[in-house]
Ligand binder design. Structure first.
Ligand code: FAD
Length: 552
């Protein structure tokens, strides 16, 4: 069997030997560890590996090497093995350069020398590298096959769903011979895409999210009818509540409409979450959280949207969109927010066919050699600009406001200014999107002069704020004028408790206008829209749940 490769390169042979020794000790069973004493030797070795068709899982390169430094080396190595994960080995004095490399060259981590003890300093980093590679890399594994059209909205949704749930899949276009062969074997016509072929060879024609989730081995059915706590929404807040609830002994189930991770799952790199100095991709962070929730015994249901909430005596029941219901002593609502739609002519018809909400990392490869447009002036748009600058020929950040400082973090503005192929177009809006099958052109409008310009564009990613997912709660819990759910002190208008409130106490801090229904994260009125605060509120909601259960 061909073992995937872990490559380490350092111009100091004693260091390169020592790193290789430590890597072999832990990973030698499952990976072949290769080492080189210079960038040139390492590149030669990687070329040979490429010709032999062997997979490379991760590359660890020293930063300071003569002739070619570690950053330059990693850039060249990426041309050979774009999916291999990358880490820089640096001395303390070079930390600054390493951090810049993380942002500009897409290095996953940096490691400070010395890395002793490896159990604490080296292995957690390499574990993360190989874990990411295993989830997304190019290793030869059994994969679900998706046959579809690059410009079909539903095909895009299927790929996005699988990617966000960290389910490995292989994509086949109906335009290619292999795609046609698979369609024929599945007995489907070109108009019946997408077709998903499961690991056991079943063909699912135009499957629903729940069909795909079940085929991918994700849970969709609750194991019980009654729980201590139901969490609605699987973003950071919901996952936080599930981890803390289950770890504290509550029988917990989490129902997620699409894929766990929520908005955070769309972030290419979260840099301000405590404990991740090199940043972490949203998919990685939430994949770990999901596994953590499982470890403590929480059930996580994917592709199960909730459409109803009802108080029945002391029980709280929720109803699923596709039928069925479950009940619990308490419910935590953590349904977050979703992107606002761009109000420009032609946009809705082209959504999923060149116009995307969120950063749609599945589209990164399709953007090669293209001029990409990103709309929005806040951090989410800034992160996407940095991300796509590595894939596209150029990135145009279209910002309605007159300056970025009003809406974007300072560190991101600095990063964007340092990237040559990102152009920021301030005071500009998108007034129309044009294209037959796929986005072809955009009309941009200069807000000050009203002048318009039509530019060629194949991909536009929109980040223009968000609205809460609470329409289904209309008439059930109290919401503010924008639809965010009111909680705790916010419910006490002029000292009066909410209508229908029958308890002899005020609502607890994260409690909604229904006792025993708590709210966490972005969907809560007055919440801070951050990953850390969402996770924190998820944990805090569990403390309130305990208090509520004790008083009953
Ligand atoms: C691209 C991007 C980059 C970001 N970068 C950062 C960053 O670097 N740092 C930072 O701190 N913050 C960042 N944020 C903000 C951060 O991601 C959010 O504040 C955080 O995800 C909020 O978590 P949440 O769990 O409250 O809601 P969400 O993440 O919105 O999750 C809500 C979940 O609930 C599900 N859901 C909705 N309705 C239902 C229903 N009826 N039934 C079942 N499930 C439902 C949704 O599908 C979703 O998965 C970023 C956001 C985006 C979009």
């Amino acid at each position: 069997m061909t073992l995937p490769i872990l490559m380490t390169v350092d111009d100091d042979p004693s260091v390169s030997r020592a790193v290789a020794r430590d890597l072999r000790r832990r990973y030698g069973q499952d990976y072949r560890v290769m080492r080189a004493d210079s960038s040139a030797d390492a590149l030669d070795a990687l070329r040979e590996v490429k010709l032999r068709g062997e997979p490379v899982a991760a590359i660890l390169a020293d930063y300071r090497m003569p002739q070619m430094d570690g950053i330059e080396f990693l850039e060249q190595a990426m041309d050979l093995f774009p999916h291999a994960r990358r880490a820089l080995l640096t001395a303390y004095a070079d930390t600054e350069a390493a951090i810049q490399a993380i942002n500009l060259v897409d290095v996953d981590h940096y490691l400070l020398k010395p890395w002793d003890p490896p159990e604490e300093k080296l292995y957690p980093v390499v574990d993360a590298l190989v874990e990411t590679w295993r989830a997304m890399g190019d290793r030869p594994v059994e994969e679900i096959k998706v046959v579809g059209h690059r410009w079909s909205q539903r095909s895009y949704q299927v790929r996005d769903f699988l990617a966000r749930n960290s389910v490995p899949y292989r994509w086949y276009s109906v335009d290619e011979a292999e795609g046609q062969r698979l369609l024929k074997a599945a007995g489907a016509g070109s108009e019946e895409i997408p077709v998903v072929i499961t690991l056991d060879g079943r063909a699912l024609i135009k499957p629903t999210g729940a069909d795909i989730a079940a085929a991918a081995g994700l849970s969709t059915e609750p194991a019980a009818e009654f729980y201590d706590m139901i969490v609605v929404g699987g973003g950071p807040a919901g996952l936080g509540a599930a981890v803390y609830g289950a770890s504290e002994g509550l029988r917990t189930v989490l129902a997620e409409k699409k894929a766990t991770g929520g908005q955070a799952g769309q972030s290419s790199r979260i840099e301000n979450y405590l404990g991740f100095p090199d940043g972490v991709s949203g998919v990685q962070l939430t994949d770990r959280a999901r596994r953590q929730a499982h470890k403590f015994g929480a059930e996580v249901l994917t592709a199960r949207g909730v459409v109803g909430l009802e108080a029945r005596g002391s029980a709280r029941a929720v109803r699923f969109a596709d039928g069925g219901e479950i009940a619990a002593h308490v419910v935590v609502l953590a349904t977050g927010v979703m992107y606002r739609a761009l109000d420009a002519h032609g946009c809705s018809e082209l959504t999923g066919r060149g116009v995307y909400y969120g950063s749609a990392s599945t589209e990164a490869q399709a953007c090669e050699d293209e001029d990409v447009y990103i709309v929005g002036g806040a951090n989410a748009a800034g992160q996407a600009a940095v991300f796509f600058s590595r894939h596209a020929r150029s990135v145009n950040l279209v910002v309605r406001g007159k300056e970025l400082e009003q809406s974007m973090s300072h560190y991101l503005i600095e990063q964007i200014r340092a990237i040559e192929n990102v152009r920021v177009r301030l005071g500009t809006t998108v007034s129309a999107a044009h294209g037959e099958e796929h986005l072809e052109r955009l009309t941009l409008c200069d807000a000050a002069s009203g002048a318009t310009e039509t530019v060629p564009a194949g991909h536009m990613f929109v980040f223009i704020g968000a609205a809460p997912h609470t329409d289904w709660l209309d008439g059930t819990v109290e919401r503010d004028a924008h639809g965010f759910i009111r909680t705790g002190p916010d419910l006490l208008a002029e000292g009066r408790r909410p209508a229908g409130w029958q308890l002899d106490r005020d609502p607890l801090y994260l409690e909604s206008s229904i006792p025993g229904v708590f709210v966490a994260g972005d969907v809560r009125a007055q919440s801070v829209k951050r990953v850390a605060s969402a996770v924190g509120e998820g944990a805090m909601a569990v403390t309130m749940v305990h208090r509520y259960l004790e008083e009953r």
